[in-house]
Write a protein that binds this ligand. Structure first.
Ligand SMILES: [Zn+2]
Length: 324
């Protein structure tokens, strides 16, 4: 039976065996802690499937877990591997009740009890537990990569969103992102309920939400399209940090405004299939609801994640400015 089926049938825990140099503990369903017997100064969290229909990263992590189990990939980190929303993954849905990636940092309390609010609470608990491990608590380099795929097309196929941080972003982390050959970085301007914001804010982790391509159903992903991500993950897990950029220069953007849907009559005045990072003309009214409208003001003319169909109170898009 393949590992993905074992994960879905809750049998992965018993099926996987790791080399004696690694201490493996399952902290919750789909959450595996791997600690090298020889203590490490670096800590890494890899999470996938926070949105259940974002399948390619799940397949990449399955590959990585099997390589760690076979011993064909050395581990130089205290590692926490997270398959985020397994019930939604089984149904190939983004979520069952509500969007999990809006609920972290205690925001799950603002949602009715359901699959995702329970899971957000559980994931916060396991991350806290992980950081109580002496080796993890003492670790100086702490990274979290939360891997996603986008729903819509994008002018930049692969990009990372860095959560808002009052402190500086670590240069080695930005350098590694550049080396991974993703196309763009987006710096957030405000706190939010994402998993990456949670680890950044509460555990001083260098975190990001990495969008690695477009979502397809399980088994229909061409993993060769994600070769750069596979290589980058192997590079970081093995503690090599040797990857070098081969693509043209990575673009950088900063969020300057969030479009929040507050009314049923909210409208986005762009086609449904508008790509991420589409440039819009100065003065264009991109969205409106009674008593409020959003106009493009140069140079803040790029749109990210436009979606008029979000729930009331949720983000219907981000406006970006390009950094030089
Ligand atoms: Zn996602």
């Amino acid at each position: 039976m393949d590992l993905l089926t074992l994960l879905f049938e809750k049998k992965l825990e018993k099926a996987l065996h790791f080399p004696p140099a690694l201490k493996a503990s399952w902290l919750a369903e789909g959450v595996l802690q791997l600690l090298p017997q020889e203590s490490k100064a670096d800590t890494l969290i890899l999470s996938v499937g926070i949105h259940g229909n974002e399948t390619a990263p799940v397949e990449l992590l399955i590959q990585l877990v099997s390589q760690l189990a076979l011993g064909s990939l050395p581990l130089q980190h205290n590692l926490l591997l997270i398959f985020g929303n397994v019930p939604a993954m089984r149904e190939n849905k983004r979520y069952i009740d509500n969007d999990l990636n809006r609920m972290f940092g205690g925001r799950h309390q603002n949602f009715p009890s359901g699959n995702e609010s329970q899971r957000a609470m559980e994931l916060e608990t396991v991350v806290r537990q992980f950081f109580r491990e002496p080796a993890v608590r003492a670790s100086t380099r702490r990274w979290h990569l939360d891997l996603h795929t986008a729903i819509r097309g994008s002018c930049h196929e692969q990009f990372a969103l860095l959560p808002f941080q009052a402190r500086e972003y670590a240069s080695d982390f930005l350098q590694w992102l550049e080396g991974s050959d993703i196309d763009a970085l987006v710096f957030h301007n405000a706190a939010g309920g994402t998993f990456s914001h949670f680890t950044s804010e509460h555990f001083n982790v260098e975190s990001c939400t990495m969008e690695v391509g477009k979502a397809r159903p399980f088994g229909q992903n061409d993993l060769s399209r994600f070769n750069n991500i596979t290589l980058a993950l192997r590079d970081v897990v093995a503690g090599s940090f040797l990857i070098k950029r081969e693509k043209p220069i990575m673009k950088r953007y900063r969020v300057i405004d969030a479009i929040i849907k507050q009314e049923d009559s909210f409208r986005l005045h762009i086609p449904e299939d508008t790509k991420n990072f589409t440039a819009l003309p100065d003065g264009f009214e991109i969205a409106s609801q009674p008593n409020q409208f959003w106009k493009i003001t140069s140079p803040a003319n790029f749109i990210l994640f436009p979606n008029a169909h979000v729930a009331i109170g949720q983000r219907a898009g981000l406006l970006l400015v390009q950094l030089t």
